[in-house]
Design a protein around this ligand. Sequence first.
Ligand code: ACO
Length: 312
Amino acid sequence: MNGLKLLATGRCLPKTAVSNEEMSRWVDTSDEWIASRTGIRQRYFCGEGETALTLAAGAARQALARSGIDPAGLGCVLCATVSPDYATPSLACLVQAELGLPEDIPVLDVNAACSGFLYAVAAARGFLAQSGRHYALVIGVEVLSRLMDMTDRSTCVLFGDGAGAAVFEAVPNAPFASLQGARGGKAILANGPGPLAPRLTMDGRAVFRFAVEAIPRCIDGILTQTHLTLNDIDWVVCHQANERILDHCIKKLHAPAEKFYKNMARYGNTSAASIPIALDEMNEQGLLKPGQTLLCVGFGGGLTWAAALFTL
Ligand code: ACO
């Protein structure tokens, strides 16, 4: 099967950034508490007229324009999200309609929480292999502010809204590896009772323990599959949940900290959107260069985990 190359990225954030200081006016918290435990300084929340569709379409438009491809050549459109505007139609279908994307291709949402973007990348590769088409549009988008209880300080300070998008090309012999896994259950992280009820519940310490075990296991899994070491990887882009989780893993792996990109200070935890938002920021800063190898790792609700290695 062909590997995937990252051709272009885009991102779209709500207009309103909310600082830790502002959060401390809504709930009993402080910039010091949030920043020291998570590394988060601000996040974006959707306001009037901003939806999962406006964010996803904005990010996708940017990625498609930068890729230079004719959208008619897309082989699939996947949207990773746990906070779509509708249960049906899928958000991916809404993006397809909004952007006038082709009809004779798979268009669907993937719900694997913070691992969703990487699950979607692996699925996109399979769809391209099936059809022989060359390009995939993969979007990660969340409006988590809709799912949160804004009076619960233990969760509402952690998450944010946003979207990132990527265009991938199927290229023969391009290096590619991926893995996915899940340990189903709702004790640690859940949103209910109804799918759109604003009650995200989380056992923060259990998530922490899960994450610092899952990330090194994912990295080791990809390196074993590819017979590479971290020296061969230019960037490790992990789901941006919490700076302390990443620092813990870097230490555990004896890994070079400078290869781990971090941007949770600016966005909070945007679940499925966090990895493509990070990729787009890195692109914008000129950190991503042709020929580089990236290893991305996601972990989160489900519980789920996933990793992917691809080149630029
Ligand atoms: N501001 C001030 N105090 C708070 C806040 C807040 N926002 N939230 C909780 N507290 C209080 C608690 O009530 C508790 O007070 P108590 O001791 O009087 O009961 C105290 O702070 C300590 O609470 P802990 O939960 O023990 O704090 P901890 O140091 O474990 O940090 C945190 C909590 C940041 C959630 C941590 O457990 C963590 O990072 N977990 C990982 C969670 C995560 O990243 N989730 C992301 C979502 S899932 C995903 O993406 C994988």
